[in-house]
Design a protein around this ligand. Structure first.
Ligand code: RUB
Length: 318
């Protein structure tokens, strides 16, 4: 059976997420929840069953966009598990309410984990960042709010240079920024007190899946004796890893790495563009969440508390 066509707002959100106009795990999650609310508000369904089927189809459209950040399926899960009611109007209301609550909780969780992460930073610290993470940024923002003077060394983060976004956001809060190319990171670590990264997914063994280059940075930080933390609210915990599944690493288009003309001038080369990598727990000092900080190896206890033994898939056809 073919899926019912989602409302235009869902298709537009899915396209924007796939094209990375909307990017970053938490932002993607908020967009997905809001897209489900838009679906609920606009869909013309003549029965509760038709309404539910249209919501599941919309969720599948959103789910297909980016495979690595678990915040996306966790957002779909949160909203669809609250799709309750005996008539279409009640279902509609409950979906919209669930999406709003989810987005509010994201904001609250970010602020809470920001304060926890900020407690790890001292006045006068220099922090190195990788990619652009709103959760990581929240820690620096909270430290600044606590009156600490923080400066940053920002890795540009090839191929899409999300470090530029971080640099801009840090300048907005008057944090002095030094931008470096990724390959300068090890040398720059000599000037760094803390490395601070985000996460797209966290596995049950404490492995941190984040933007490509995070694992190399973590190994270098460990070798240099610089502490490294991941700022990740609990929607980044990947429940399927509780039952032995691995996290799929998204492979993106080769044109993000090299343009066609340059490639042609080099000659016949293969190009690979993995978007994320896995940092083993032994190279990460702490995972900072809205429930406090955890040694990576102990994150599984929090995961079990929040998700039970595994992951529901409420967007699947019954
Ligand atoms: C973004 C990235 C970020 C995490 C966390 O990758 O790896 O570090 O998503 O971000 P991309 P946040 O640009 O490919 O989406 O803390 O904002 O959820």
């Amino acid at each position: 059976m073919t899926d019912p066509e989602p409302v235009p707002a869902v298709t537009e959100s899915a396209e924007a997420i796939a094209a990375m106009e909307i990017r970053g795990a938490a932002t993607i999650a908020a967009e997905a929840a809001e897209a489900l609310a838009a679906q609920a508000e606009a869909v013309d369904a003549d029965s509760p069953a038709a309404f539910r089927a249209s919501m599941r189809a919309a969720a599948r459209t959103l789910h297909r966009t980016r495979p690595t950040a678990v915040s996306l399926p966790n957002a779909l899960r949160y909203v669809l598990q609250r799709m309750e009611g005996h008539d279409v109007e009640a279902l509609r209301r409950n979906v919209v309410r669930a999406a709003e609550t989810f987005v509010d909780q994201l904001d609250g969780a970010r602020a809470d984990l920001g304060r926890v992460g900020a407690n790890r930073l001292a006045d006068g610290d220099t922090v190195m960042t990788h990619c652009h993470s709103t959760d990581a940024l929240a820690c620096i923002e909270a430290a600044v709010d606590q009156g600490k003077s923080i400066s940053a060394i920002v890795k540009e983060t090839r191929p899409r240079n999300q470090g530029h976004i971080t640099a801009e956001r840090l300048r907005d809060i008057d944090v002095p920024v030094t931008l470096v190319v990724d390959s300068a990171a090890r040398r720059a670590l000599d000037e760094v007190d803390h490395v601070l990264v985000g996460a797209d997914s966290i596995a049950a063994d404490g492995g941190v899946i984040n933007k490509i280059g995070t694992s190399g940075l973590a190994v270098n930080a460990r070798e240099r004796g610089v502490p490294i933390m991941t700022a990740a609210q609990t929607i980044k915990l990947h429940p399927e890893t509780l039952t032995g599944h691995t996290v799929e690493i998204e492979m993106r288009d080769e044109s993000e790495v090299i343009d066609d003309d340059v490639r042609e001038s080099i000659g016949d080369v293969a190009v690979e563009n993995p978007a994320f990598d896995v940092t083993p727990p032994r190279y990460m000092d702490a995972i900072v969440t809205e429930h406090g900080q955890f040694p990576p190896e102990s994150i599984v206890t929090l995961m079990r508390e929040l998700f039970g033994e595994g992951a529901a898939v409420p967007w699947a056809e019954p």
